[in-house]
Design a protein around this ligand. Sequence first.
Ligand code: ADP
Ligand code: MG
Length: 711
Amino acid sequence: MTATDTPVRKPSSNKTQAPGLDQVAVTALKGVGSQLALKLEKLGITNLQDLLFHLPLRYMDRTRVTPIAALQPLANVVIEGEVRASDVVFGRRRSLLCRLQDGTGTVSLRFFHFSNAQKQKLTPGTRLRCYGETRRGASGLELYHPEYEVIDQNSNKSAKPLQQTLTPVYPTTEGLTQQRLRSLTEQALELLSQHSLTELLPDHLRQQLHQVSLADAVKYLHHPPKEAPIDKLLTGEHPYQQRLAFEELLAHHISMLLLRQRVQETGAPAMAPQPHLQDRLVAQLGFTPTGAQTRVAAEIAYDLQQAVPMLRLVQGDVGSGKTLVAAFAALQAVGNGYQVAIMAPTEILAEQHRINFSNWMEPLDIKVAWLSGKMKAAERREQLAAIADGSAQVIVGTHALFQDEVVFADLGLTVIDEQHRFGVHQRLALREKGREGRQPHQLIMTATPIPRTLAMSVYADLDNSVIDELPPGRTPVSTVVISNERRQQVIERVQQACLEGRQAYWVCTLIEESEALEAQAAEATWQALRQALPQLNIGLIHGRLKAADKDAQMQAFKAGETQLLVATTVIEVGVDVPNASLMIIENPERLGLAQLHQLRGRVGRGSKESHCVLLYGAPLSQIGRERLNAMRSTTDGFAIAEKDLQLRGPGEVLGTRQTGDVHFKLADLQRDGHLLPTIKQIAPNLLAQHPQQAQLLVDRWLGNSPDYANV
Ligand code: ADP
Ligand code: MG
């Protein structure tokens, strides 16, 4: 079909060239009013280019009719036949059941929702063509709610001819049917010419990458020919899909480079190194920094001397000593007269940093302030004043730090700990706290090792340092996987360990991210353990406690007053009690590997041998077993992260907070990660030599994503 066969309302344009389809609103299509436009907008579709880039999730083969006798369960099929019987039946739910026969056999169509008119139409003798998925039902093979059309037998005409191409199935939203989307896409395709989807990559690059034109790729993907390799299309590995995924990933990458460029256009304070202060800090420590800590600290020190903002990610496995590296950076800023903000994702971790930084900084006459979401108004006012007048030099806090009312006297460095718990947006918000026309340097720390492909996309705007060495004397945590059926034995083991002077965590987990439910579960476990272990002092910590109570619980555990701490995953990040050497994690199969690794990182921090018991709820799924085995067999965070990525995909690995910022229309980091090295290689040149095209590319793919596109 072409635009000349079927008249459609054409948007006005100059006569020689069709307009770019990104300039044509969906409302230009037949039948699209404001209601429908709203629904389309929910899918991120506002113009015809968006519509064409809204590609099928999967395809159905409606190019041939299957004889009823040859039907297999769970297949998408086209069948034709005559209605032999049609009855309303009362099973678990009332439904309309139609028997359809084609000479080879009989099959049932089942409708749970049906109108009277429908019922009257589906009477014996009527010939139908149906499209649907077969499944096993009460009457043998059934098609639930098939699409169908009546074949007109009187005029001896058959129904519409069969499809000549594979039929697309689109991602959609409530109230928007597949048929509707198909017909809209049809209309948009009719308007599609070689020029109406602008090629944004330079010709030489497209040739080098063997790319087909966008128009050809898009046409093909909406209507693949009968003989198309449907398996490749279903997995997204068809070269035409890859071509689009490439462009999308490239656009993301460029957006990150632009973000970085924009950040670096503004100046940052150049800070001279402060070896004297740093030596004084080291002299107070009971240990010497590891080689890796020293190397990474030097990389940061170099960045801080530059008059452009540092954007550096420090990855270091749990327990590798990132806090000290942050402290070195803080000293360099403070020594040059600037303030430092240190942001942690949880109250507990922020509190712990406050204590650490106070212990380290105050002997050097550096004042540490503190800001949390839950502090009393008077104290808060006092802290805010100290931050505003500059008397506070190092400010530790939770996300309370980037609220509007927090005004820094002269912020020179922000440290964001456990970045994976924050979104990109929050990371950017602190940047704006610097003085007019100047940005603070940024140090971002994460213990969730980030697989390379993810680092290359989500953190493409950051330089990267890795602390790849643990402090000496750590013995790796040994992990066992035990069924909940042996819970009693585990409880006895905890008792024995605690009576020998060790300390233990008992971690309760829930699937849902509901703090309230998790708190309840922890409370119940706490009660039960207190009953079972009357000789022990058992603490309890969860997200529902008041800040002061959380504090008290942590302090009691740190001081050894409680031997066992029942906790929710609030202790996941950062908590550091070196004497704790045993951890029980209930229902570990509910957590991601990265999270388990984090949790487990709370033990094995002292010189004692540490143990972790993964107390799973039987039976375990295959994947569940594989994951827990991975935890048992390695303590290397990077290996665990790769395994996690392989088993669960990037969304799960980075957590919703992180991936909430990264919406790919069609790229899939895991499937398409192999494209990233090429992208990384070509993106800087493209940006330098074709800045306008590069920006258009970002607009095309990220137009609706404020975090990246409009910073
Ligand atoms: P993470 O990288 O998980 O944030 P921390 O900064 O909390 O690790 O450090 C973990 C523990 O190791 C802390 O008790 C810290 O004091 C200690 N530590 C840090 N660096 C060293 C070192 N070089 N030698 C010995 N212990 C160290
Ligand atoms: Mg830490």
